[in-house]
Design a protein around this ligand. Structure first.
Ligand code: UD1
Ligand code: CA
Length: 451
């Protein structure tokens, strides 16, 4: 091997600042919740966009929120703690919104990417493709798409290959309105000229707004090159109302299902399985029809999630079986080979390897040791009306059917609880505990007569 220094320096990764516009009012959602905080696949639209730009290499992120939108600002920093939040005090257009983050732009980045928080389906790969022309010297790169119905979108006005301008529908001529190639709204701008271009944008148009799209004609007028990158329409669909929210959900679910199947998961009826954006399913996991995954679920290799189960914030060990009709709530951690059967709810509980709770049980705030059998009808009475208490059960124990475990309570390893017990005191290891009254039998008994 030669130690000679390379003559060509390795291509330096270009730094990237993403600015996410989230100052919209979203009136068409008819909601008390700001539009960008509505969720698809269990994650807010804003968080989706924050995650995607991060994956696409944005080292710095700025989010532009409307006046007094502490809720949106808090959601932004919750999803991306490094995000800088800027307020757009007046809604004066997309260019004005970008300039609300002027300080972030002035701090300097090779690439500036503008994304909309209400356009959540754009992939990281598309953001990366959008940035690529900047590395080759373009001043601006515009994301375009062939619209099935261009109504309402800005049109890409081309001269051959060259993008001359983006014309907003309201300002377009008859001929321009006939153009089917539209602006998706997202744009990448070379960082060194971004401020100069944005500052040159005026508001002489039918809306009296500062249009980001005007930066295209301004750049062209300065002899700069503007590139167009095309994306499928489905990816650039925006969400303005509940119908579009449902459409975005459906599109994202379809994408997530394909992704897990590609990773080696069997979905028997994919269209009936609902995934969260962060659902992690191991290889050879089988998901039966009609299963719903809320956020924060990890399932280990070879586990089976049977029909009509609902999982959220839960971890399922390798080879475990969950359902049918099971509910795993946040903090449910199932070890390898655990069996959770029908009508069993598990919350904030750790079940070690091989635990079986096959029928009709509630395990809340509990720790259950390896191999323990939890009988049908077992309830951890974890709540006394004011506080929650833990139930600890050792390994290899047997909890008879219809047992109430009144927490706080500890059951030792190998203990055996008789069915129908109400257990209010600790049970030592390997002890038998029967917590119920003795059976009373009266022979030759005549029931009381009516009247
Ligand atoms: C914008 C584009 C249009 C494109 C379309 C794609 C402009 C001028 N037009 O139009 O070419 O076809 O998107 O969907 O950019 N926003 C702010 N502050 C503002 C104005 C907007 O934060 O002052 C945010 C909105 O919340 C939204 C995004 O910017 O997320 C786009 O704004 P919107 O008014 O919806 O632009 P369109 O008219 O749809
Ligand atoms: Ca819009």
């Amino acid at each position: 091997m030669s130690d000679a220094p390379s003559t060509e320096p390795a291509a330096r990764a270009r730094s990237c600042l993403a600015i996410i516009l989230a100052a919209g009012e979203g009136t068409r959602m008819r909601s008390a919740l700001p539009k960008v905080l509505h969720k698809i696949a269990g994650r807010t639209m804003l968080a989706h966009v924050l995650c995607t730009v991060g994956e696409a290499g944005a080292g710095r992120v700025a989010v532009v929120v409307g006046p007094d939108r502490q809720d949106v600002a808090a959601a932004a920093t919750a999803a991306c703690p490094e995000a800088a939040v800027f307020q757009q005090t007046e809604r004066l257009g997309t260019a004005h919104a970008v300039l609300a983050a002027r300080r972030a732009i002035e701090a300097g980045a090779d690439d500036l990417v503008v994304a909309f928080a209400d356009t959540p389906l754009v992939t990281a790969a598309t953001f990366a493709r959008l940035r690529a022309p900047l590395a080759a010297g373009a001043a601006i790169s515009v994301l375009g798409f062939a619209a099935a119905d261009p109504t309402g979108y800005g049109r890409l006005v081309l001269d051959g290959e060259r993008l001359l301008a983006i014309r907003e529908e309201r300002d377009a001529s008859e001929a321009e309105r006939a153009i089917g190639l539209c602006n998706a709204g997202l744009m990448a701008v070379r960082g060194d000229i971004a401020i100069a271009l944005l500052d040159a944008v005026g508001n002489q148009n039918s809306k009296g707004e500062y249009y980001l799209t005007d930066a295209v004609a301004i750049a062209g007028g300065r002899g700069e090159r503007v590139a167009v990158v095309l994306a499928p329409e489905a990816e650039v669909a925006g969400v303005n109302d509940r119908v579009q929210l449902a459409a975005a959900e459906a599109a994202l679910q379809a994408r997530l299902r394909l992704q897990v199947m590609a990773e080696g998961v069997t979905l028997i009826a994919p269209e009936t399985v609902f995934l969260a954006a962060d659902t992690r399913l191991g290889r050879d996991v089988v998901v039966e029809p009609n299963v719903c995954f809320g956020p924060g679920v990890r399932v280990g290799t070879g586990a089976t999630i049977r029909s009509f189960s609902h999982l959220e914030g839960a971890e399922v060990g390798e080879g475990a079986t969950v359902g049918p009709f099971a509910r795993l709530r946040p903090g449910a951690v199932l070890g390898d080979g655990v069996h959770i059967g029908n009508f069993v709810e598990v919350k904030n509980s750790r079940l070690a390897a091989g635990v079986k709770a096959n029928h009709l049980a509630y395990l809340g705030d509990s720790d259950v040791g390896a191999g323990t059998n939890v009988g049908a009808g077992t309830i951890t009475c974890n709540y006394d009306g004011a506080n929650k208490h833990r139930t600890t059960i050792g390994a290899g124990a047997f909890i008879g059917t219809n047992t109430s475990l009144v927490a706080p309570v500890t059951i030792g390893d190998g203990a055996y609880i008789g069915s129908g017990s109400v257990i209010t005191a600790d049970v030592p290891s390997r002890a038998l505990a029967i917590g119920r009254g003795r059976q009373v039998v009266k022979t030759d008994w005549t029931p009381p007569r009516k009247g």
